[in-house]
Design a protein around this ligand. Structure first.
Ligand code: PLP
Length: 400
């Protein structure tokens, strides 16, 4: 079924050959409206001209130098990234989300070890979280279904229920815990936002107990929720913006070229010393050139306001249907979860299979997040007209 590939993905029988804006075209020329953005990666759509130009221009100059030297474009990207992330001081560049979260865990552990000695290495995460597929980031991931078959995992991870301030208070033991890793909006498990009270409590406990507060912004960051980072929308108990110690990014960071980043704030910025960490492709010049285009675009306040407006348009249209098959709609910006009364997967299949060139009909690409939740992560560049078109198709599928 997967040809030469290992059978790791449940794939739809569609083979893509080309993309343009919010659209993908398969090898038979059939057209698909993409409300998935490659799981929040193609944030500026497919073949976005400024991104294509930056990638091509950089590839013509040089596409790799090892990290024993400096790269002009990687330096520029790193500087822009640090300047864009509130409260961050420096960055380690890698290639993926899992790699970014591995870096975050290493930073928390070394920070704690150097300051307090051994035994204070636990990292607390939330149930329902998703932090990656390596042995350590699986240990961080608070979903049992991902844990089958692959133990033993890296030790020193505990998961608590999101929203449960008493459980958080208990879990954040000053003697044993090095870090708290949180997605303020869980993507994989159904677009589940954490409450303001919970994040404020997390910020207070972490500050009081010198536990690193680490936000996994891999799916919800980079403008997706209408602010550059999703945690910027949270306030601590004094009403001040929440301050992170570590932030991880990946997915849309280079708009479709692999890139990941772990950023450190004041407390954690000096933790990594020479030789502590590394990555052959980290800070890749082509990815950095693409990343500069993404950052320039998604830090523009007007662009972010448009993301918020389009997000409201999407939830407004779906809510206005009052459709019996829709049991809930939630999300922020262009990160929408739609709970439905039936299995999501057959609907995703039908949405894609709808593509038919002879009937001038396009397919629709969506994601699921849990068995009965649709996850909509369209490109930020999607037009109102395309939103309307996509949601008309979704309604037609729900009407069936
Ligand atoms: C919140 C979050 N963290 C980490 C990851 C892992 O990222 P990657 O697949 O790039 O390793 C993902 C991927 O879906 C994610 O959504």
């Amino acid at each position: 079924m997967n040809g030469a590939f290992m059978n790791t993905y449940h794939r739809l029988p569609v083979t893509f050959a080309r993309g343009e804006g919010s659209w993908l075209f398969d090898i038979n020329g059939k057209k698909y409206l993409d409300l998935s953005s490659g799981i929040a990666v193609n944030c500026l759509g497919h073949a976005y001209p400024p991104l294509v130009r930056a990638i091509a221009a950089q590839a013509e100059k040089y596409s790799h130098v090892c990290n024993y030297f400096q790269s002009d474009v990687a330096e520029a990207f790193a500087e822009k990234l640090v300047a864009s992330c509130a409260g961050m001081r420096n960055v380690f560049l890698g290639n993926s989300g899992a790699e970014a979260n591995e870096g975050a865990c290493k930073i928390a552990r070394k920070y704690s070890l150097k300051k307090y000695g051994p035994g204070r290495h636990t990292i607390v995460t939330l149930r329902g979280s998703f932090h990656g597929r390596t042995i350590t980031t699986l240990a961080a991931t608070g979903q049992d279904k991902f844990h089958e078959n692959f133990g033993p995992f890296t030790e020193g991870f505990t998961h608590i229920p999101g929203g449960d301030i008493a459980a958080l208070d208990k879990a954040l033991d000053q003697k044993t815990v090095a870090g708290l890793l949180i997605e303020v909006i869980q993507g994989e498990s159904g677009i589940i936002p954490q409450s303001v009270e919970f994040i404020a409590a997390a910020a207070r406990f972490c500050a009081e107990r010198d536990i690193l507060l680490m936000f996994d912004e891999i799916q919800c960051g980079l403008g997706r929720t209408g602010t550059f980072l999703a945690f910027e929308q949270y306030r601590d108990s004094s009403g001040a913006p929440v301050r992170a110690d570590v932030v991880t990014l990946a997915k849309g960071l280079a708009g479709g070229i692999p890139a990941g980043a772990v950023l450190a704030g004041e407390k954690a910025a000096a933790v990594f010393e020479t030789g502590d960490h590394g990555s052959t492709f980290g800070g890749n010049p082509v990815a950095a050139a693409a990343g500069i285009v993404v950052l320039k675009t998604v830090t523009d306040p007007d662009f972010l306001a448009e993301i918020r407006r389009k997000g409201e348009l999407i939830s407004g249209i779906i809510s206005a249907w009052n459709h019996p098959a829709v049991t809930a709609v939630r999300g922020r910006g262009l990160m929408t979860g739609v709970d439905i009364d039936r299995e999501a997967w057959p609907l995703l299949e039908a949405a894609a299979a709808r593509a038919d060139s002879a009937k001038n009909r396009c397919g629709l690409l969506m994601l699921s997040a849990g068995p009965k939740t649709l996850r909509l992560l369209p490109p930020y560049t999607i037009s109102d007209n395309e939103i309307g078109q996509g949601l008309d198709i979704l309604k037609e599928l729900l009407d069936r």
